[in-house]
Design a protein around this ligand. Structure first.
Ligand code: IPD
Length: 290
């Protein structure tokens, strides 16, 4: 006799509460930041290179990601995990953790105190919780999405908000440059056209902290081509919850391009990015490589 498929409906998995995911993201990010801080006090050396000779990884990046993976899987073994330094693993719960153990690795290597742990939780393809810890300052940025779709952002427990409107020529915009020399050339050429139309440009060295800077109002905007999802997933939720708009699309060099700005100034910044040549005229929001 052949076995018949069961007539029983599959048990419904409970929809995870974004607040619970955020609590786990925060506790884990804090523990990870403690480890990174401990390693920063010792000797930091390059363990290996990745996409190019300047795209480096340290043992601290690897050990921190392993710690994050362990702490999360102890609590939620059925979740998927996508981190910068390890194998992507699948899950069955619908939740995927998107992790950058040290965003700003080059700063970490050089002892420049601008690097962060970034942990986002995605459910059904949407980021619903995000925690970013500025390791050297000890500051925590966090946000989660409420069931009605709204979200609130906090820095060390206090609400944060984007800066008020300003003319484009008065805006301070952060950016970053790729590890790939060819893409860097495209970025440098666009920068020549972009720099004269804004107040100034900052290259801080951690995309997650740049984007949290837009959220807390210490920057008027951020744009960069060549990011990976782990660099911006958590911080973009924080920025959105603080009143920013953001988009991931394909930049002039064919790589993931992210632009973040207060909602009131978003269109003007995006248009300036197109005019400068960071973005092709026909770029479509959400169409991102890798
Ligand atoms: C990098 C930083 C940097 C940005 C690069 C990122 P990593 O992340 O966020 O600011 O310019 O595009 O790759 O490699 O330090 O995790």
């Amino acid at each position: 006799m052949t076995e018949q498929p069961s007539a029983q409906p599959a048990p419904q998995r409970p929809i995870p509460k974004a607040g619970d995911l955020l609590a786990l993201a925060v506790a884990t990010a804090r523990a990870a930041a403690d480890l990174v801080r401990e390693r920063a006090a010792g000797v930091v050396e390059v363990a290996d290179t990745k996409s190019t000779a300047t795209d480096v990884v340290t043992q601290a990046d690897r050990d921190t990601e392993a710690l994050i993976r362990r702490l999360i899987s102890e609590q939620r073994p059925e979740d998927a995990f996508f981190g910068e330094e390890g194998e992507e693993t699948g899950g069955t719960s619908g939740v995927r953790w998107i992790v950058d153990p040290i965003d700003g690795t080059v700063n970490f290597l050089y002892g420049l105190p601008r690097y962060a742990v970034s942990i986002a939780a995605e459910y059904a393809g949407e980021v619903v919780a995000g925690a970013v810890v500025d390791v050297a300052a000890g500051t925590l940025y966090a946000a989660f999405r409420q069931p009605d779709g709204s979200a609130a952002a906090v820095r060390d427990g206090e609400p944060v908000m984007v800066r008020p409107p300003a003319e484009l020529s008065q805006r301070l915009i952060a950016t970053g440059f790729s590890y790939d020399a060819g893409l860097r050339r495209v970025q440098a050429e666009a920068l020549v056209r972009f720099l004269p139309v804004v107040r100034d440009v900052r290259r801080i060295g951690s995309a997650a902290l740049d984007i949290c800077g837009v959220a807390e109002g210490t920057l008027d905007g951020y744009l960069e081509e060549g990011l990976h999802l782990w660099d911006h997933a958590a911080a973009c939720l924080v920025a959105e919850a603080a009143g920013a708009r953001w988009e991931a699309t394909t930049g002039a060099g064919g790589r993931r391009f992210v632009v973040v700005a207060p909602a009131h100034g978003y269109d003007e910044l995006r248009e300036a990015a197109v005019q400068a040549g960071f973005l092709p005229v026909d770029s479509v929001p959400g169409v991102v490589p890798d």
